[in-house]
Design a protein around this ligand. Sequence first.
Ligand code: COI
Length: 363
Amino acid sequence: MSNISIHPVKESRAKDLDFDAIPFGEVFSDHMFVADYRDGKWQDARIVPFAPITMSPANLTLHYGQAIFEGMKAFKTEGGRPVLFRPERHASRLNESAHRMCMPDVPEQLFVDAVNKLVGVDHNWIPPKKGSALYIRPFMFATDEMIGVRASHTYKFMIFTGPVGPYYSKPLKLVTADKYVRAVPGGVGEAKAAGNYAASIYPTELAHKEGFDQILWTDNIEYKYIQECGTMNVFFVIGDTVVTPATNGAILKGITRDSLLTLLRAKGVKVEEREVSIDELIEAHKAGELKDAFGAGTAAVISQISRISHKINGEYYHMELPPVDQREHSISLKEEINNIRAGILADEHSWMHEVKVLDTVMG
Ligand code: COI
């Protein structure tokens, strides 16, 4: 067990919360976790009241973006027990990102203990409703104060949490990328690095202006091979096969992606991880074989796609997908994963980890 001190708030803000009206990512729980990397090791691991942090204008992260994060969730089971979904996998993915960004590892035990303790202290912030969750945001950033381009020698690893409902509220209208890319093999697309999200913001704004919800990201050479959609991995059901782009260095190794593949394979569904081209989607759509399409990520879990638009010779070709209530896999997968998290279905893959409630906070 890691040595983590707890400095609780005097009174919890949770009692003022309306769990039925929470915008995504705008409400934060009482506490946050902080640890500092100095002299080659993580020090002063602590849980303190959620509060702003100060930094020098010369902080390296502000200039060169040595910053990574994770997105994970805690749930309440039907019996009211707080549980985490796949915390060890999130710990190891943070370190995969850290490695690519030349940042230090966070010992997996420290990561898992920190998440457990923080959620244990703020368990009263976990929304009770199935499908809602406590979103957990672990992140690490450089803290050296200098503006030479090099790896920082000091870092902060922090975690805060906040209750959330659904990330995308309706099925998505996507437009294929044909000029800007999110990431390229050999770049940092496989890392959960802040810069990947920064690169997506301007093209996504342009897509919004044209009436689309999100971008279906493609490769940077032919703008033809699909990578991700919006901030999620993407799945298609073509005939009786579920297909998702194989990770290739530009695609995040999504933990929801991996969990859905595992559930599908366990059910004997034909699953393929391989290159998927827009041409293949258009052909399948014309043949009536494109049965379902959905994004998958921690925040959204599963978000159905209602339409994919792709420009051919300056004109949009629109692929309308079947009505959402007729989709076989996206509906049943979402139900299945939510039921595992709620403790209604057996946790066959040992994904769920119970959190010990720590009653340190009054009120
Ligand atoms: C997640 O699904 O957790 C993500 O990382 C998306 C986030 C940028 C909202």
